[in-house]
Design a protein around this ligand. Structure first.
Ligand code: TXA
Ligand code: MG
Length: 330
């Protein structure tokens, strides 16, 4: 057996919870597919998910909980959510709901969006792990980017190898298909990804028709208007800046020693609200964890734009640059 695979008995689940609290990655079974879990409150841990999956871009992740009152601390719960909770949770349903101002989930999990994807899985091992960790788990399917979702522990080991700290094994997944994603962040409920819980099941509970917008969830949508909404700053983004213009904010990476405001002088004199550094030490994990939060903090109308320093096109830098380029062209 692969060295990181452990049968999911009580002690292994406790160990796995400790790994999560330390910022590690644990693959775990859910009734749908195996997930690659990290502490959703810890941006550095979430950055490791993207690194391990080898994704060239950031997409928002689902946060996993064990009860509705835990979700209420982070997302807005309305009567429809309560109704769906009563009928389908725990189970293979993910809801997209508004993100609260007080939300503690890392901005990297939600990709800077104003919404959050939440799910209460039914699998006992998933529930045990979330409870042992004491934090919500951000978890995409536990496979490399571009390959199929794993429904057995051996698939996870084959796909991710040593990139994961521990694989909690508990046989094959009963559903074997990713959860249904229902967007109810606006007045009209829309299915973004079909799954075991169908539009008809949901319509019967909500007492109204439920439509589909599957293109909004795919990587290659048919019509650009249907693309998953991405966070885009409201002011201009200028990439690979070697200095900044008066009026611009600076999003730094690494040492700021050689950065100056053109014709003025040191960036150290910039007001606090105009200067952020993704990582003083040039650490791409830290930069990924800070990216969406810092873009938002600098995105204020009194700035003429945001000048972003060069970020290396390696490892997590690829996904960071992908997001910055999209923001620059928005
Ligand atoms: O069954 C599942 O849902 C599995 C298990 C592990 O729970 N997880 C899973 O995660 O399939 P992942 O990361 O492979 O898929 C998450 C999907 C992505 O397609 C993403 O675009 C969508 O959820 N998503 C997450 N947050 C969103 C948001 N705020 N708005 C719209 N879509 C969102
Ligand atoms: Mg997936």
């Amino acid at each position: 057996m692969h060295s990181q695979i452990q049968e999911a008995h009580a002690q292994a689940i406790q160990n796995a919870g400790a790994i999560i609290r330390r910022g590690g990655l644990v693959a775990f079974p859910t009734e749908t597919v195996y997930g690659l879990g990290a502490n959703a409150l810890d941006g550095l841990a979430v950055a490791r998910i993207f690194e391990t999956k080898g994704r060239p871009a950031f997409n928002p992740l689902i946060s996993h909980f064990t009860a509705l009152d835990q979700i209420a601390a982070h997302g807005y719960i309305d009567d429809r959510v309560r109704l769906l909770d009563a009928h389908f949770w725990p189970g293979p349903l993910t809801l997209i709901i508004p993100r609260l101002k007080t939300c503690g989930i890392s901005e990297l999990v939600t990709s800077g969006l104003d919404t959050i994807a939440v799910r209460i899985p039914a699998h006992k091992v998933a529930q045990g792990l979330i409870m042992a960790a004491g934090v919500p788990l951000a978890a995409p399917s536990a496979n490399k980017s571009g390959s199929v979702s794993p429904t057995a522990p051996a698939h996870v080991a084959e796909s991710l190898g040593t990139g994961v700290d521990l694989i909690l094994a508990s046989g094959a997944c009963s559903v074997g298909l990713e959860s249904t994603i229902l967007d109810i962040s606006e007045s009209e409920p829309v299915i973004l990804r079909p799954g075991a819980i169908t539009a008809e099941d949901i319509a019967a509970v909500l007492g109204r028709e439920v439509g589909y917008n599957i293109a909004a969830n795919s990587e290659a949508p048919k019509s650009p208007g249907q693309l998953l909404k991405h966070y885009a700053p409201s002011i201009a983004i200028r990439l690979r800046a070697i200095d900044i213009l008066p009026g611009e904010a600076l999003l730094g990476f690494g040492s700021l020693k050689f950065m100056s405001v053109r014709g003025k002088g040191s960036v150290n004199e910039l007001p606090e609200h105009s200067l952020r550094n993704l990582s003083e030490s040039g650490d791409l994990h830290q930069a990924a964890a800070n990216l969406f939060l810092m873009m938002r903090e600098l995105d204020i109308a009194s700035h003429s734009g945001i000048a972003v320093m060069d970020i290396p096109e390696t490892g997590l830098g690829i996904a960071i640059n992908d997001r910055l380029r999209r923001a620059a062209h928005a």
